[in-house]
Structures are given as structure tokens and as C-alpha cells.
Write a new protein. Sequence first.
Length: 163
Amino acid sequence: MCYRLRRHTGRKGERRSLGEPDYVRLLDGAHQLLKTLLIVVWDRLSTHISKTMKALVAERDWLTVLLLPGYAPDLNPVEDLWAHIKRSLANLAARTLDELEAVLRRRLKALQYRHGVLGGFLAGTGLALDRPDGPQYAEVSKSLSAPRGCRTVETPTRGGAAR
């Protein structure tokens, strides 16, 4: 898990979210750190599917992007990760934004070393990722049929039935 926190201070003209250059710096940094091929699962945030981002991804042969359907939080492992983090912050009474940021950084850092938990977030989606043989931008359908090179796995739900 690689992440970058961004603090929004509310200054006039300040961007509230990551832009294409921010994502590229994050991905380039992750690639330099991990020294391996990367498979990134993205929702359809406008920044993720922009022409600029597609061009930046095309320049990186070590990067594969899998796009989720329009609204599919059940297929997005990041949704479960943030739910996990938010639950751990439920009773926190941070006095300052700096204190909250420090706690959040510690919790994210601790999760980096809990591969079983991180794998559980991915397993909960029913997706198992392999590098597709096709284009660098591949789509994952809502029915869990994955692009060439990607596998889906049946995972039991809480009620015992597979989804």
C-alpha cells in the first residue's frame, strides 16, 4: 500500500483533491520504491479517466490501470480500507488538525505491514488481479467478469453464500 496524504487548508484557489501530476508522482514513487510492475484499480473519477492521465499511463509500460464500473463501491478495495481506518478513529478526540494527521499517518503506516488485512480488502471485492495481456487501461464489469489476464474469485459473504 502506497499513499500520499493531502491537507486541504481552504485557501482560495487551492485544489481540494489530487490532480494528474499528483497521481503520476505517487505512481512513479511507488514504482521506484517497489521496483516492480504496478496494477492500479481506479474508480471513474474524472482525473482517473482524463485524456491527460491516459497519456501519462501510456508512457509507463510498468503500469496497468483497471477501471471499475461507474458506481461500484463493492468492487473497490479502498472503500473497505477507509471504512477500517474510520472505525479506528471513531473515539478519537484530536485537538488539532496536526494531531489528527499524525494519528492517521501512524494508522496507515501500520496497515502497510498487515498484508493479511490488506489482502482481505481485495478478497472482499471478489477480484484477483493479474496483469492483463491487453491494453493498459482495462475495464472491470459490474458482474465481476474481469479483463483478459484478470481472474475473479468466489468469496463467501457474511451469510455464507458466494457473491
